[in-house]
Write a protein that binds this ligand. Structure first.
Ligand SMILES: Nc1ncnc2c1ncn2[C@@H]1O[C@H](COP(=O)(O)OP(=O)(O)OP(=O)(O)O)[C@@H](O)[C@H]1O
Length: 293
């Protein structure tokens, strides 16, 4: 059973097709990542799921509700964590959660317990009386996630949950997301951090120019598209160009990484160089044509 299904979803903005016949599934209890470079269509897809945008074609179903017809009930049933921090800075941590417990229609008798649970998940219990404008960036992001969890949703939509955070805070949030998944919550997460997708997601869909170019568990995608081993060859531009030409003639894939060329999937058939295991970044670059900034 899927917590979320998209079939043939299209969203156009005038001439531009931002989402192009997208199919996507989030099986219950799994974490699925939408991975893609800037402009690939991740945010538009998230906006379609929260009914902030209406598709031009295709079908969307969330927790058994069809969009856009049943978008109100669907939105109430899932937890939405936006990319932009829109917390009420004049309220405390606890008050922010209480407001959302009310908005998400948690019954009055259960609200206090719901807020306690959200505080605990986000590790903010001892900050309950702190005003939002006194929190660190990482705490604010944890509160933003906790706010989307206050009604204990079966599905959570996370739009770029760690964008702009420093590596240590990012790790804290990864632990939080991992906890949610281990509790059986279904998660759809958009990200352009490859390591994030590799660490957290059971399955990723790589998007490029609005389309899904590959879908599967990170390890399977690496094996399928990049093989077991990459060979890095360093040298002046002319040598690198020669390496690329020869690799291409031998049917091998290559990737430019600044001062080097990686020859992928060579299985002992590559020129001399530094050997390293392949990774999801190799797949991302091969399929989207974009290096990671
Ligand atoms: N409201 C809009 N009107 C016109 N074009 C739009 C609108 N929203 C998005 N686009 C365009 O649609 C394409 C996909 O954008 P989208 O924001 O979904 O990509 P993204 O993968 O989320 O990228 P980012 O990581 O930069 O947010 C882009 O070319 C963008 O300029």
């Amino acid at each position: 059973m899927s917590a979320l299904t998209l079939r043939g979803v299209v969203k156009r903005f005038g001439e531009l097709t931002a989402v192009n016949h997208l199919d996507l599934d989030v099986p219950e209890g799994t974490c699925v990542g939408l991975l893609g470079p800037n402009g690939a269509g991740k945010s538009t897809t998230m906006r379609l799921l929260t009914a902030q945008a209406i598709p031009d074609a295709g079908e969307i179903e969330i927790l058994g509700f069809k969009l856009p017809k049943e978008s109100k009930v669907a939105r109430a049933a899932c937890g939405v964590v936006p990319q932009l921090d829109n917390l009420d800075v004049t309220l405390t941590v606890e008050q922010n959660l209480l407001v959302f417990a009310h908005l998400y229609r948690v019954e009055r008798a259960n609200r206090k317990a719901a807020v306690e649970r959200a505080l605990k998940i986000a590790n903010l219990t001892d900050r309950r009386t702190t005003k939002v404008d006194k929190l660190s960036g990482g705490m604010r992001r944890r509160l933003l996630i906790a706010r989307g969890l206050v009604h204990n949703p079966r599905l959570v939509l996370l739009d770029e949950p760690t964008v702009g955070l420093d590596p240590q805070v990012r790790q804290e949030l990864w632990a939080l997301i991992d906890l949610l998944r281990s509790e059986g919550t279904s998660i759809l997460m958009s990200t352009h951090y490859i390591e994030e997708a590799e660490r957290l997601c059971d399955s990723v869909t790589i998007m490029s120019h609005g389309s899904a170019v590959a879908t599967g568990p990170p390890r399977d995608l690496v094996a399928e598209y990049a093989g077991d081993e990459a060979v890095e060859i360093y040298g002046p531009p002319a040598k690198l160009a020669e390496v690329e030409r020869t690799a291409r003639d031998n049917g091998l894939k290559t990737r430019r990484t600044g001062t080097s060329v990686s020859v992928l999937g060579a299985n002992g058939n590559a020129p001399e160089g530094e050997r390293r295991p392949t990774n999801l970044e190799d797949v991302f670059v091969l399929l989207t044509g974009e290096e990671i900034s």
